[in-house]
Design a protein around this ligand. Structure first.
Ligand SMILES: OC[C@H]1O[C@H](O[C@H]2O[C@H](CO)[C@@H](O)[C@H](O)[C@H]2O)[C@H](O)[C@@H](O)[C@@H]1O
Length: 607
């Protein structure tokens, strides 16, 4: 049985990442890339699906866990009756092959330790061959996959099969393991020590570049490090999360693969990086995006693989029982083929912000933007799948239309501010047409609220972003009314649901929801909860925004990580982990709260 989601910490090398539990078990790792097959999949099943546990023998417990300051090097202290050890876990920044280093350091007493290294390739389906080489390394091979384990303690291949080591660590002593993808010659332990030190320094130097020095610096830096860990260094792409199928409801079917790069999530990440002074990351992302979207704008996908690949065929892995029984486990993501109008607005906004931040112009960027505008002009009236990627019939989602307005607005601003050739008069007309359409069809005058889609009375938390993107001022009566309606309909214990997946006792309870096409029930959506905090700040209720923000900070796990959702009843994290779309608004809200100039939500559209 896997640990609770909040009991995991992340280590990664900006090409892939591992999840390690408080009891010292690596339960998730895909090699060599985020979207490769996993060799440890216990997270979505049990120990038989592959894991690497490393812990004191007998009864033991985690007494402390932290990242080495401003780094992604994890320290987990485990104690038993005989003493305490500190396990240092890290994935060195890649200079060749991917590797995971696990070093056990004796803190006090003399502790008997057990390492059980039991990889299962192809997401836990395949039991690989294990053998010990002449040089004393462990080689694990299955089909195209090969792993090498170097250890400076004795290892034996045992029944299951797994590679088991039983060893003792005294205060001041070390024992080091290094897992390498592929077949590699042995390395000295000193090399592992150097790699750990180098990795700490690499992350600390990266964190030092952060231009944010406000009140919530630790939380902001941890979120930025997490976002950096989710970037795919070779291309500049950014994954939604490093996991698949962590459920949005325990036992439910809303289990999706997030190891891909969403245009939406990635543009939000770009804005967070820009806010914090990380211009290189923003540039790399723009390059990725221009390459990924090359071709005709109507062929733009809402998500791509990290290397820019378009085909993300969805399949179910029926041999995996799922996280706490939540099936199916899916890899690939059918939403890649959806039409999501908001992605165009987010993209246009991101390009505009990049220019406004002084990122040197790319000659292709404006050409692509103009083609996107041509496409939007002819298609903004079409129904779409919306920001939440509904799998029911397409609808006229209000937020989607608002983001089409954002696209037109940023096109006008870009042409006027940067003197770019284009058709600002036509885009101004388009901007006005969309605004009128939204205010006429996406607004419920009786209740004084914007609505989830045209022709409904339901609300949607994405509507909180209307003032953030500059569609209407935060103090507009219709915006205030919408926030009120969202508070009334969509908050549970101060947390915000993205929409009602079923009204309690309604005809949809237990059945398939007519809008999203899925069985009901999920947690509160953390990004939406941050957006509510932003709305308070923007309209001048800074203290209310701060309280909400601090409540959200309190939901992070012990090492500062958030998943996609939170279950306010069970008080536990839900959904893929750690989730970019939760850490991005954390950064944005902290900026809004602490900016000396007062609220400065970038997507306000102010240049
Ligand atoms: O719940 C339905 C959808 O859930 C996923 O999408 C969500 O995550 C995306 C990545 O963070 C985010 O961009 C989107 O707004 C969220 O709704 C999943 O990827 C979809 O396939 C699924 O339909």
């Amino acid at each position: 049985m896997p640990a609770h989601i909040e009991d995991y910490a992340l280590v990664g090398d900006t090409q892939t990442a591992a999840l390690i539990s408080t009891d010292g078990s690596v339960d998730w790792l895909c090699l060599p890339s985020f979207d490769s097959d996993a060799c440890f999949t216990a997270l979505l099943g049990d120990r038989e699906h592959g894991r690497w546990s490393l812990h004191p023998s007998g009864d033991y417990r985690c007494t402390r866990r932290r990242y080495v300051e401003d780094s992604l090097v994890l320290e987990t202290e485990l104690s038993n009756a005989d003493g305490t050890v500190r396990i240092v876990d890290c994935m060195p920044v890649r200079d060749g092959v991917p590797d995971l280093i696990r070093q056990v350091r004796g803190v006090s007493g003399t502790v008997d330790m057990i390492s059980e290294f039991a990889p299962r390739t192809a997401y836990g389906e395949t039991v690989p061959w294990h053998r010990i080489t002449d040089g004393g390394q462990i080689r694990v091979v299955a089909g195209p996959d090969a792993l090498t384990l170097d250890a400076d303690v004795a290892c034996e291949i045992t029944q299951r099969p797994s590679v088991t080591s039983r060893f003792q660590v005294r205060e001041g002593e070390h024992a080091t393991f290094r897992l390498i993808y592929g077949e590699q010659p042995p390395e000295q332990r000193r090399a592992a020590d150097e790699k750990i030190d180098h990795t700490v320094r690499w992350w600390q130097e990266w964190a030092r570049r952060c231009s944010y020095h406000g009140e919530y610096r630790d939380a902001v830096v941890r979120s930025l490090i997490t976002l950096k860990a989710l970037t795919f260094a070779p291309t500049g792409g950014i994954v939604g999360a490093p996991t698949t199928s962590l459920p949005e409801r325990i036992g439910g079917v809303r289990n999706w693969d997030y190891r891909y790069c969403w245009v939406r999530d990635a543009t939000f990440t770009l804005l967070a990086f820009l806010d914090a002074g990380y211009v290189d990351e923003a540039k790399a992302w723009r390059e990725w995006l221009l390459r990924a979207t090359a071709g005709r704008p109507e062929q733009m996908q809402i998500m791509y693989a990290v290397n820019g690949q378009r085909r993300l065929a969805e399949q179910e892995l029926d041999w995996l029982p799922g996280y706490e029984g939540s099936t199916p486990v899916r890899i690939g993501n059918k939403a890649a083929g959806q039409f999501q109008l908001d992605s165009y607005g987010e993209l246009m906004d991101a390009f505009h912000q990049a220019r406004s931040h002084g990122i040197p112009p790319d000659p292709d960027a404006w050409r692509v933007q103009r083609e996107l505008m041509d496409f939007l002009e002819g298609n903004w009236r079409e129904p779409d799948n919306g920001i939440w990627e509904i799998r029911g019939p397409r609808r006229q989602f209000t937020y989607s239309k608002v983001m089409a307005w954002v696209a037109a607005d940023r096109a006008v601003r870009a042409a006027e501010t940067f003197d770019l050739d284009g058709e600002p008069q036509r885009w101004k007309q388009l901007r006005e047409d969309i605004h009128d359409d939204v205010c006429r069809h996406g607004y419920d005058a009786e209740r004084n609220t914007f609505t989830q889609h045209y022709g409904t009375r339901d609300v949607d938390a994405a509507l909180l972003r209307l003032p953030h993107v500059g569609f209407l001022p935060a103090t507009d009566e219709r915006v205030l009314g919408t926030t009120r309606a969202i508070e009334e309909d969509l908050t549970v214990d101060r947390m915000v649901l993205r929409y009602r997946t079923a009204a309690p006792g309604s005809e949809h309870e237990g059945g398939t929801h007519p809008v999203d096409g899925l069985p009901s029930g999920e947690g509160a959506f953390l990004a939406c909860s941050f957006w509510l905090a932003d709305s308070y700040v923007l309209r001048g209720d800074v203290e209310q925004g701060r309280q909400m923000f601090e409540h959200l900070l309190s939901l992070r796990n012990d090492v500062g990580l958030l998943s996609e959702q939170y279950d306010p009843h069970e008080r536990r994290l839900l959904g893929n982990f750690p989730q970019a779309l939760s850490h991005i608004p954390l950064v944005a809200t902290a900026f809004n709260l602490t900016s000396a100039r007062g609220p400065t939500i970038r997507r306000h559209g102010n240049d």
